[in-house]
Design a binder for this molecule. Structure first.
Ligand code: FAD
Length: 642
């Protein structure tokens, strides 16, 4: 049945695969990496994994990490992100490689890097990133762990002054790491110098027990992330040597003289590294969820047509409405993430080669908005894909719940999404000012803020959609600016009067940005895929406008007739996507083992798959009469006495 669906595809699959992975070379490498996991018995997906206790899941994951590193580099983000490649939980060392080492590279002095980098890379110094505390996460400046310089001994005394200051959440802290990058308030001679990073041994090299003066443990089960040992840690006047302070930007000498040096803005570099990975790699999870939901919607039939033939659920317009806008958004985010990666690299090169910070503000703003937009999208997409698969979507064997569980935390970690949108809002307001005072300083991506009105002949064309999405964001930004300025106390106004308007304005920027990147891909990279990509881009643009057109409505720049036209056009485009849907998700090149789903094999009988799992593999059925039955007898006894 699926072969017939594949034949209906109207575009060359390989060209699409190359576009999705950013080129032929990248796609080929992906296929090579995937085949390692497909061909290794330990990485064959085991749906009974979810019957295991958390303890056992953690141990199995540890075993898999060791096995994987015999063949692959855990340092390469293509591997250490779960992408499609780490079945059922991310490897140990993701935080170490994605957060600790990048932070170390930008915050440590050259001597410190020389001293530690080899041990960091070969795990003899295995660390966690200990910033968040019980009482403060987003508000990093108000962390309460202190590092007080003791002139007598030339040491820092790291201390947790109260329960709120307990470090809480760092991944790999609970069970594994021996070192921690601890962020603490630096205090010298009674004077506070703000939050700075300290590289500290926290567990004994031989026994692996926490060192005296430090308490450590795992914080407990979470929604997803079962195999990750997010931990807690507190310090009781724990002494560390002077060179524990990572001192690229701040130095304390033996006499207690504090000296700041260089540009601390470089510190943003490590945050950008992880946010870029969240945009680039983790967005692929939406594609994985869509591949499952779309394949399943072709296998699954409900109700009969006039010819007494059962109808595939993907043929229902309502099912298309659930999945096709998400499919279009997946493509939009992938093309957006390619541009973001370029921006991040350009910024990094400018800073490291020429000490040129000219792209920092722009990159930080776009990346903040994209991280917020894409991580919301991926979790939302996983949830809608699950819902679109009815009852089977709720079972772990569908492969969908784990995507939602593993992706939801990304909304909160590495910068909470609302706060990131507010950071983008700040940048939007700055550019709005520049439009008047310094128009040449406004980066091209933000020139749309000068648009007041636009004459759009066809609201559903690519050009029309780009213009309207830009105008929508510009209007909302101006509205938010007015709201902010209407209160003389700007800080109070920002926090308590205009936050909603500011976050909303920011949330409409990335749809505009994605649309620009989509159009650029169609015009400059696509060849024989132009037509189908244009259909997807139109669905994306229309959906983004229909979801949030408040900016245009504020100024009567969209009529009810326009809204009807947008809705009708989107519906008219769905049949084209229906023909191509399977090929559009299969262009990702994901194997059955990568999809980790019994309801969406490349070929096969999904009902046999599910039945076989339930009847043969589900370990709960291993005892013919389960010991839980004893409680039924007890219930009867209790009932008899009532
Ligand atoms: C799975 C996972 C892994 C993690 N790993 C690590 C790690 O390895 N190392 C580490 O140090 N930390 C880690 N964290 C912690 C994470 O970085 C923080 O949870 C995150 O920064 C959010 O901070 P918070 O929990 O204090 O949320 P809060 O800031 O308390 O947010 C709670 C709510 O308040 C709102 N809010 C807060 N301030 C404002 C404001 N100014 N304006 C408007 N709204 C506001 C937020 O939008 C949100 O809705 C991890 C967290 C998770 C979930």
């Amino acid at each position: 049945m699926l072969e017939a669906e594949r034949k209906q595809g109207q575009f060359p699959m390989l060209e699409m695969s190359h576009l999705l992975y950013g080129g032929k070379e990248q796609f080929d490498k992906f296929i090579e990496r995937q085949s390692f996991f497909d061909n290794h018995p330990m990485f064959k997906v085991n749906h009974d994994f979810f019957n295991l206790s958390r303890q056992d899941q953690i141990l199995l994951n540890a075993e898999k990490t060791v096995e994987a590193m015999k063949k692959i580099s855990l340092e390469d983000p293509n591997y250490y992100t779960p992408n499609v490649l780490c079945p059922q939980g991310i490897f140990i060392s993701t935080v170490h490689f994605a957060m600790v080492i990048p932070a170390f590279q930008v915050l440590a002095s050259d001597e410190q890097i020389k001293k530690w980098m080899t041990s960091l890379k070969n795990f003899s110094a295995f660390g966690c990133y200990a910033q968040t505390e019980l009482g403060h996460g987003s508000d990093v400046q108000n962390l309460q762990t202190v590092a007080v310089f003791d002139k007598q001994t030339c040491e820092f005394v790291i201390h947790t002054p109260n329960i709120e200051a307990t470090k809480f959440w760092p991944g790999e802290l609970g069970l594994y790491c021996e070192f921690a990058l601890v962020f603490a308030q630096l205090i010298v001679d009674g004077k506070g110098y703000g939050v700075h990073p300290f590289w500290i041994r926290i567990r004994d090299k031989e026994t692996h027990k926490p060192l005296s003066g430090i308490q450590i443990g795992d914080i407990g089960p979470k929604m997803g992330y079962a195999v990750k040992d997010n931990g807690f840690m507190s310090f009781d006047h724990y002494r560390v040597p002077l060179d524990s302070l990572l001192n690229r930007y701040i130095k304390v000498n033996r006499e207690g003289k504090v000296e700041r040096q260089g540009n601390p803005k470089v510190g943003y570099g490590s945050m950008m590294y992880m946010r870029n990975i969240l945009c680039d790699q983790y967005t692929k999870f939406a594609g994985r969820a869509l591949a499952i939901a779309i394949r399943y919607s072709l296998y699954r039939k409900q109700f009969k047509d006039d010819n007494k033939q059962e109808i595939r659920i993907l043929d229902y317009q309502c099912q298309q409405q659930k999945l096709f806008p998400l499919l279009a958004e997946f493509y939009a985010c992938v093309f957006g993430s390619v541009k973001i990666k370029e921006l991040v690299n350009d910024n990094f090169n400018k800073i490291s080669r020429n000490n040129d910070f000219s792209l920092l503000g722009l990159t930080h703003a776009v990346l903040s908005g994209a991280k917020a937009n894409y991580t919301y999208f991926v979790a939302n997409c996983a949830e809608w894909c699950r819902l679109s698969c009815g009852g089977h979507g709720f079972a772990h064997y569908s492969g969908l719940p784990i995507i939602f569980f593993e992706m939801s935390p990304n909304i909160t970690l590495e910068g909470e999404n609302t706060i990131l949108n507010l950071q983008l809002a700040r940048y939007l307001l700055k550019q709005l000012q520049h439009i008047v005072s310094k128009p040449t300083a406004v980066p091209s991506f933000f020139k749309f803020l000068s648009i007041e009105t636009a004459k759009v002949d066809d609201v559903t064309s690519l050009d029309g959609l780009v213009t309207l999405l830009g105008l929508n964001c510009a209007n909302l930004t101006k509205y938010a600016a007015q709201k902010l300025m209407s209160n003389p106390d700007l800080k109070e106004s920002w926090d308590t009067k205009s936050g909603i308007a500011l976050a909303k304005a920011a949330s409409t920027f990335i749809p505009y940005f994605n649309m620009l990147c989509f159009v650029d891909t169609i015009n400059n990279k696509a060849k024989d895929t132009k037509q189908i990509l244009t259909v997807l881009a139109r669905i994306y643009g229309i959906t983004m406008l229909l979801n949030n057109m408040q900016g245009l409505l504020l100024k009567n720049q969209l009529s009810s007739q326009d809204i009807t036209t947008l809705q009708d056009t989107r519906e008219q485009l769905y049949p084209i996507i229906r023909l191509n849907a399977l090929c559009l998700v299969e262009a990702q090149g994901l194997t059955d083992n990568s999809l980790q789903s019994l309801i969406a094999p490349k070929e096969g009988d999904v009902y046999v798959n599910m039945y076989n799992f339930a009847s043969k593999e589900n370990s709960l059925n291993k005892q013919q009469v389960h010991s839980g039955i004893n409680y039924i007898q007890k219930m009867r006894e209790v009932n008899a006495k009532l």
